[in-house]
Design a binder for this molecule. Structure first.
Ligand SMILES: Cc1cc2nc3c(=O)[nH]c(=O)nc-3n(C[C@H](O)[C@H](O)[C@H](O)COP(=O)(O)OP(=O)(O)OC[C@H]3O[C@@H](n4cnc5c(N)ncnc54)[C@H](O)[C@@H]3O)c2cc1C
Length: 343
């Protein structure tokens, strides 16, 4: 278990947003500090908009920091993911799974002071807190807007199938890497089926899939996913307000994956709670590769450059993921990687 940061006194902390990063902070900080969390959604209808896919190895250790056993939340453990680029690639799973993110977040709230139905628009309680954490995700309600904001519009359905179209993870990247379609199993013939596309063709792709494969749509959800990396989401702190998670860009631009990085970012805040400069430096160091990933995508989208024109960048990103297969939950093979990014 990672020890909490050493501070000289108990702080009064407001956490705005009870998503995965805010909920983690409630759990990690409530013992040592006086923490109040404000969440816009109502308690009864609280829902983490997300496809609930992650890597179990990293999540085991993160959940352990809060005294939770990640195994208890797993819904579907993948053997392999199909990546459909016309030809179907079978990528071996290294702990890729879906998990019950709703129960996980609710369990992180246990014993904490979480107030639902609070749509916060300015620092709560007239600024009586020592620290106010902006954990509002894409909204980034309390910090200034970043100069540039890159995001992927997305839409997702929770579906119950009579006959499952796939028995494991399936994704279909769109031409030019502008986004992808996903099918993530939740067990018991339930799945999240969704798509995100920089070029905004996601809804048509999703509906074409649904009219082919049918299934009962139980829920329609969606929001943009921020892919502006932390280096372009500065400032992270203004006065006594500090950002965490997707509010400051901790989403891997190539995958739209934000659960683990937002939790890692929240842990960096725990470790540096008394020193905001150290926190900012740690976040920039940890997520530096996200800047490279966005640069690569921008070469494709805005300048139309083929993958071979960005080869050094591509290899750097590949090596990062290869070294961290357990963290990303997928086996990385150079041949597959070049096929997918060349799509
Ligand atoms: C459709 C979709 C699918 C995704 N699938 C995956 C996936 O499978 N795996 C993965 O790793 N990542 C996925 N992501 C990304 C991931 O969900 C996010 O990056 C991650 O949850 C960010 O965590 P967070 O706590 O920073 O923000 P969020 O989880 O967005 O939480 C922010 C919270 O703040 C609350 N809030 C907002 N405004 C206010 C306000 N004014 N006052 C009070 N509260 C407020 C919100 O209600 C929310 O509860 C997906 C995202 C989307 C949109």
């Amino acid at each position: 278990m990672t020890p909490p940061a050493k501070t000289t006194s108990t702080l009064r902390i407001a956490v705005v947003g009870a998503g995965v990063a805010g909920s983690y902070l409630v759990s990690r900080l409530s013992g040592e500090h006086k923490v109040t969390c404000y969440e816009r959604q109502k308690e009864k209808s609280f829902w983490p908009v997300c496809a609930w896919a992650t890597s179990l190895h990293e999540m085991k250790s993160i959940a352990g920091n809060c005294g939770l056993s990640f195994q208890d939340y797993i819904l579907h453990e993948s053997r392999q993911m199909i990546v459909d680029i016309g030809k179907k690639l079978h990528i071996k799973s290294v702990g890729l799974c879906t998990f019950d993110k709703l129960s996980f977040e609710k369990d992180l709230h246990r014993g904490g002071d979480v107030r639902f139905g609070c749509d916060v628009r300015s620092p709560p309680n007239g600024g009586s807190f020592d620290l106010v954490v902006d954990a509002t995700g894409f909204s980034r309600l309390l910090l200034p807007r970043p100069e540039k904001n890159y995001f992927i519009p997305s839409l997702e359905y929770k579906v119950r199938f009579r006959e499952e179209p796939f028995d494991d993870f399936y994704i279909r990247p769109f031409a030019g890497l502008s986004g992808y379609f996903w099918y993530f199993p939740l067990g018991d013939r339930y799945a999240f089926v969704g798509a995100g596309d920089y070029r905004r063709n996601h809804e048509a792709q999703l509906n074409a899939f649904m009219s082919k494969h049918k299934g009962e749509v139980l829920m329609k959800i969606g929001r943009p996913i921020r892919i502006t990396p932390p280096s372009m989401c500065q400032p992270f702190s203004v006065g006594n307000i500090v950002g965490v998670g997707e509010a400051i860009g901790t989403v891997y631009p190539l995958l739209g994956e934000g659960i683990i990085p937002s939790l890692q970012c929240a842990e960096l805040l725990v470790q540096n709670i008394g020193d905001m400069q150290a926190y900012e430096e740690a976040v920039l160091r940890k997520f530096q590769i996200y800047t490279e990933a966005l640069r690569f995508l921008s070469h494709r989208w805005r300048h139309g450059l083929g993958p071979m024109r960005s080869l050094p960048l591509l290899l750097k990103i590949f090596l990062h993921m290869k070294r961290n297969e357990k963290r990303y939950g997928l086996e990385m093979r150079l041949r597959d990687w070049l096929r997918v990014v060349g799509n």
